[in-house]
Design a protein around this ligand. Structure first.
Ligand SMILES: [Zn+2]
Length: 191
């Protein structure tokens, strides 16, 4: 129904589909409540006043418009500045690191974000998830007697980060045994 009203307004004559001009007008009581809210610094959307109704009141009561308009503008500006205050004022990250010490503000996927360098180090040390294709190659290299540092150190033969390899060992005891056995057979191999 709202879009119908708006279209009629655009065509000049304000025709109310309810047949009563009062439909567009705020009640005096609501106008008073609105002024109180505006003086408290609130914005229109927080007390549910539609701009179309407000416009009628402004036209009928210019003195009301004179006081309300600048307040609306100022409150909107202030509300805009308050946006993101929750994140801006955070002192610690979700894992309890001090953001004064480890915090960084950076653009991420088009948004300004707060990042935690201590969490990054934590995530790095925890290691990533090994892809099945990489696991296959790793198993082949271990079976061929290659020590892990041959494929976890950057350079020729590199397959994956050491932390990712270590994490897979921690989480898969069967694989871990395989790595240990391979090392033992290398160390105790008779010439
Ligand atoms: Zn953190």
């Amino acid at each position: 129904m709202i879009w119908k009203r708006r279209r009629r307004e655009r065509h000049g004559a304000i025709v109310c589909h309810m047949g009563k001009a009062d439909t567009y007008r705020l009640s005096d009581e609501k106008a008073v409540r609105m002024m109180i809210a505006l003086r408290e610094g609130r914005t229109l959307r927080t007390f549910g006043v539609r701009p179309a109704r407000l416009q009628t009141n402004f036209t009928d009561h210019p003195e009301f418009a004179r006081e309300a308009r600048p307040l609306m503008e100022a409150n909107t500006k202030a509300a805009h500045l308050r946006k993101g205050a929750y994140l801006r004022e955070k002192s610690h990250c979700v894992n309890g690191h001090s953001l004064a010490e480890f915090g960084r503000v950076a653009m991420h996927k088009g948004w300004m974000t707060r990042q935690c360098r201590a969490c990054e180090v934590m995530r790095y040390r925890r290691g990533g998830i090994m892809k099945p294709a990489v696991l296959e190659q790793v198993r082949a290299r271990i079976a061929a007697g290659s020590p892990p540092n041959r494929f976890t150190k950057p350079g020729a033969g590199y397959l994956l980060r050491f932390d990712t390899f270590a994490r897979y060992r921690r989480e898969n005891p069967e694989f871990n045994r395989l790595v240990i056995e391979a090392r033992e057979s290398r160390v105790y191999r008779t010439p």
